[in-house]
Ligand binder design. Structure first.
Ligand code: ADP
Length: 267
């Protein structure tokens, strides 16, 4: 007859308690490291536009204000940097809310074609400035009703289409297609622009990760757009996929649950 001695029992309980505690400490340390890294990233990102705006304002104060042409140019640049700062803070707040899980998703049924038309109208000015053609492909005979949080999906499409404009050549194309399968709508956003190097593809969804920092900044990017897109789609139990060829272009795709009842086709 074998029996575990009471001492061994206590020992093994203490052991498993210690293992659990160690794991807890490890998690806390990881969280602290993550937070430190996040704060370092944010500080660095905030410094860039602040430093730029400061530079222009100081140069103006040092006498550049007397030359009307220089004055206007520097004031416009300072304003651009302050705009970038504003966008950055907005995106940080959004991302922070998403990551802390306080964001509520308001699911409703909406017409995906109408949503995309609105987004494209919104971005028309930006596309025209770079001479980019925007196209929307869908079958006019079909219903494209989706179930999701309309405002957030609007944001997803705005970010993706705006990227297709930003990371494109002058005179390029951005083409959006909606397809429907049995239970889903599939949205493809395709451009014939710069493309993404293969080693960068899996990292572009990380906050502040950019293939070309100066181009992103020049185009008014914050480096947070795709991180926000990923979070919103996760809230819809959907994923985003990317295929890209450097120098040829990229395609971003995601799907949403399709709604079949046509009586809800108001919005
Ligand atoms: P950003 O504000 O810099 O545009 P995003 O998070 O939207 O930030 O995108 C991250 C990076 O991924 C961009 O800086 C860019 O390098 C790359 N990227 C995103 N979309 C495209 C695209 N359609 N074509 C090429 N590169 C892209």
């Amino acid at each position: 007859k074998t029996s575990i001695s009471p001492l061994r029992k206590i020992n093994s309980t203490i052991n498993s308690y210690a293992i659990a505690k160690n794991k807890e400490i490890e998690t806390l340390q990881k969280n602290a490291a993550f937070r430190r890294e996040f704060i370092a990233d944010i500080s660095h990102e905030l410094k860039t536009p602040i430093f730029a705006a400061q530079g222009y304002v100081h140069t103006l104060l040092d006498g550049a204000v007397d030359d009307v042409n220089v004055r206007d140019k520097f004031l416009k640049r300072a304003a651009k940097s302050l705009n970038a700062l504003d966008h950055l803070v907005q995106d940080l707040l959004t991302l922070n809310q998403m990551e802390s899980g306080v964001v509520k998703f308001n699911f409703e049924v909406f017409n995906m074609v109408r949503l995309l038309e609105e987004v494209m109208e919104d971005l028309e000015h930006k596309a025209e400035k770079r001479n980019i053609t925007l196209k929307l492909n869908f079958n006019p005979e079909k219903n494209y009703l989706a179930r999701g949080d309309r405002d957030k999906i609007y944001r997803v499409c705005q970010n993706l289409i705006s990227n297709a404009i930003k990371y494109n050549h002058e005179g390029g194309e951005a083409e959006v297609s909606i397809k429907s399968s049995k239970n889903n709508l599939i949205i493809d956003i395709k451009d014939n622009g710069l493309g993404i190097p293969p080693e960068d593809i899996k990292r572009i969804f990380e906050r502040f990760y950019r293939v070309d920092k100066s181009r992103s900044r020049e185009m008014g990017g914050t480096g947070l757009g795709l991180a926000i897109v990923k979070h919103i789609l996760e809230g819809h139990k959907s994923k985003i996929s990317v295929s890209s060829t450097l120098g040829k272009g990229s395609m971003f795709s995601f799907s949403l649950i399709a709604e079949k009842h046509p009586d809800t086709q108001k919005k």
